[in-house]
Design a protein around this ligand. Structure first.
Ligand code: BF8
Length: 652
């Protein structure tokens, strides 16, 4: 029998609760009350935020305050620490070039290309791990996973020109996996899923010289350009940023989405619960946080293992309660209906329930300080990716080849931690909210009767004016969830359908917008359509890599009308974005022809030519551009104007 995987402690265990007493001394009840309201729009989060301030437990908002005032040169993109001749800052009128001679425009553009490439790399490397698992199934080296959607496997195989006749799932998995891995390299020179884009959109890419070529290749090309002494022209630098982002959206993110569906099931509408109230006092609570569903799907299985169930009884718990966080949480919510404790800014607060036995993380959007938060409670932070060994966490090296055994050992560790819970510290004063999720492109098509024509007809008739993809994160520069929820509410009121992913979708869920009954908040046209289909006016389409689903939906609509994506009454929005991944998403939306409004200013204000290129000049390249509008109500106006303009141009 194989040996049970054992955790390794990374660095030192933080057993002592490091309370921030110095700040606590400054807080009086009135300040706490005021800050609680300023920090979040998530009603369920408020009691926890209040508690952290009363007890002196540091959170993201405290660290943000401690970082103020921020450096105005860094904030406007005018600092460069790319090489050892610097760091440099552009401070006119004297300092107008860095030591290498780069001016403000180039410095800003290089920094932005770096940001886009980082985000694209994160999505695409996640996609690679999923595809390697598919390939490993074919090779017989991965045995813990099965093909959950063989029909989708065959559909994708046909798309990739992989013959399926007379082959079993395993054989097809190996060949499709290999074909997808080829798209990471430099030989193939094109991406298959990008062929789903309407012909007119692909022609625009060809003309602009931004057709995606290879997922890794375009990222490495970007890294080469930002090496000092390569990129010299800001516009040329940013044009490559569009190409890298397309390699993410139509490449790395698309394969992550599609193969996750093959391995774990294509989402279908289902019901579940969200917010911090999903944590259960009587149960062993395990939160699954990060982005890659490979470990979390195995944890779901391992939690049902008879040996684990026997252990649960032995420790006196009523059962195991798995709760998702961020995008791993979205993956589980969409496919398995597993409750979600919240989005990015709920990750520290879920520990403060005092009832979390383990916070299990894979990678991306995980605060490295979580073990510090956990030190004030009994929670184990368990890290699992060789890329993200978090000091103060217990580390299990997770590989697809040892998936089940590792997942079981993790769940066991969590269950064994239940007796260490301190009953007086358990604090769950809120109730969860119902949500309907699971709107993959396939599910939307299914709900419409197997074709997109009814949606096109409703848009043409004007009952639905258009659709907006609302995506992205939480950022302490914006009141938590306020941007997402306010924009979504305002758009549905104006008969604009919202399709959402990532932390935006969870924000809408917590605010009750992912329930069919939220149709009552929509304008009359959208309300009637939603009521007749029994769906919410805000559709949850998944995690952040699932922004690719939004691209695929846009492609379906463009192909149905035989027009480029840029001609459709669509828009994108990222009201509270913070991550490099979000910059890549915004860029591939725009490069695909979707006007996109950001709620937080990127670090580009130091170069008026870069600002002008991104907000105006790109219209002449990809027929779409960015806008920045921190006020979600004004953002709704910009989006509505854009959608109405597109409708007029289409003659509908
Ligand atoms: O990938 S929305 S905070 S959790 S980056 Fe992160 Fe942003 Fe949330 Fe998911 Ni996406």
């Amino acid at each position: 029998m194989a040996e049970e995987p054992k955790p390794k402690l990374i660095g030192e265990r933080r057993d002592v609760c490091e309370l921030d007493r110095a700040r606590l001394a400054l807080m009086n009840p009135a300040i706490i009350e005021q800050k609680k309201e300023e920090r979040t729009f998530d009603e369920a989060a408020k009691p926890f935020i209040e508690m952290t301030m009363k007890e002196g437990i540091e959170t993201v908002w405290d660290r943000f305050e401690m970082q103020q005032p921020s450096c105005k040169y860094c904030a406007s993109g005018l600092s460069c620490s790319r090489c050892a001749m610097g760091p440099c800052r552009i401070i006119p009128p004297e300092r107008i070039r860095g030591v290498c001679g780069a001016d403000a425009d180039l410095i800003v553009a290089r920094n932005l290309l770096d940001t886009i490439a980082t985000g694209a790399a994160a999505h695409s490397d996640h996609g690679r791990e999923i595809v390697l698992t598919l390939y490993g199934i074919g090779q017989g080296t991965v045995t813990d996973y099965v093909i959950a959607d063989p029909e989708k496997l065959r559909r994708l195989a046909a798309e990739y020109g992989v013959a399926t006749t007379g082959k079993d799932d395993k054989k097809i998995a190996g060949e499709l996996g290999r074909a997808m891995l080829d798209e990471y390299g430099t030989v193939k020179n094109s991406l298959q899923i990008a062929q789903r884009a309407p012909g007119a959109t692909r022609e625009i890419w060809e003309k602009a010289g931004i057709s995606p070529r290879g997922i890794d290749r375009d990222v490495v090309d970007a890294m080469h350009r930002i090496q000092m002494g390569v990129a010299a022209d800001y516009a040329n630098t940013l044009t490559h940023g569009l190409r890298v982002s397309l390699s993410d959206g139509w490449g790395g993110s698309s394969v992550a989405t599609e193969i996750s569906d093959v391995l774990f099931g294509t989402p279908k509408p289902n019901e579940s619960l969200v917010n911090l109230g999903v944590v259960k006092k009587s149960h062993v609570n395990i939160s699954l946080h990060g982005h890659n569903p490979m470990l979390s799907e195995m944890v779901v299985k391992a939690a049902k293992d008879p040996e684990i169930q026997a252990l649960v009884k032995k420790v006196g718990a009523a059962g195991i309660n798995l709760v998702g966080l961020c995008c791993t949480g979205n993956e589980l919510l969409m496919r398995k209906g597993i409750p979600n404790a919240g989005n990015h800014f709920n990750q520290e607060l879920v520990i403060t329930t005092g009832a979390l036995e383990a916070m299990v993380v894979d990678y991306q959007c995980i605060f490295p300080s979580l073990p510090r938060t956990a030190s004030c409670f009994h929670t184990h932070v368990i890290s699992t990716s060789p890329k993200s060994k978090i000091p103060g966490s217990f580390y299990f090296e997770f590989e697809p080849e040892n998936a089940y055994a590792t997942a079981k050992a993790i769940v066991k560790m969590a269950v064994e931690n239940f007796p260490n819970r301190i009953p007086e510290r358990v604090f769950i004063p809120v109730e969860p909210v119902k949500v309907m999720t699971g709107f993959s492109v396939e599910a939307i098509k299914g709900a419409l009767g197997g074709t997109f024509k009814p949606l096109v007809d409703q848009i043409a008739a004007g009952n639905i004016r258009g659709a907006v993809g609302i995506v992205g994160c939480n950022n302490p520069k914006v009141k938590h969830d306020y941007g997402h929820v306010t924009l979504s509410r305002e758009l549905i009121k104006r008969n604009i359908l919202c399709v959402e992913t990532g932390c935006a979708a969870i924000a809408s869920g917590k605010a009750g917008l992912l329930q069919p009954s939220a149709a009552s908040l929509a304008g009359p046209g959208l309300k009637t359509v939603c009521e007749s289909l029994g769906i919410p006016p805000v559709l949850h389409m998944g995690s952040c890599v699932d922004c690719s689903r939004i691209l695929h939906l846009a492609a379906e609509l463009g192909n149905a009308l035989n027009v480029g994506i840029h001609r459709l009454p669509l828009a994108g929005a990222a009201p509270e974005w913070y991550s490099q991944k979000a910059v890549s998403i915004g860029s591939y939306f725009v490069a695909s022809g979707v006007y996109t409004v950001l709620g937080v200013m990127p670090k580009i204000a130091g170069s008026p030519p870069v600002v002008s290129l991104l907000t105006e000049g790109l219209k002449g390249v990809v027929n779409a551009s960015f806008a920045v509008e921190p006020d979600p109500l004004k953002a709704a106006d910009l989006i509505t104007d854009h959608i109405e303009r597109k409708r007029t141009e289409l003659g509908i």
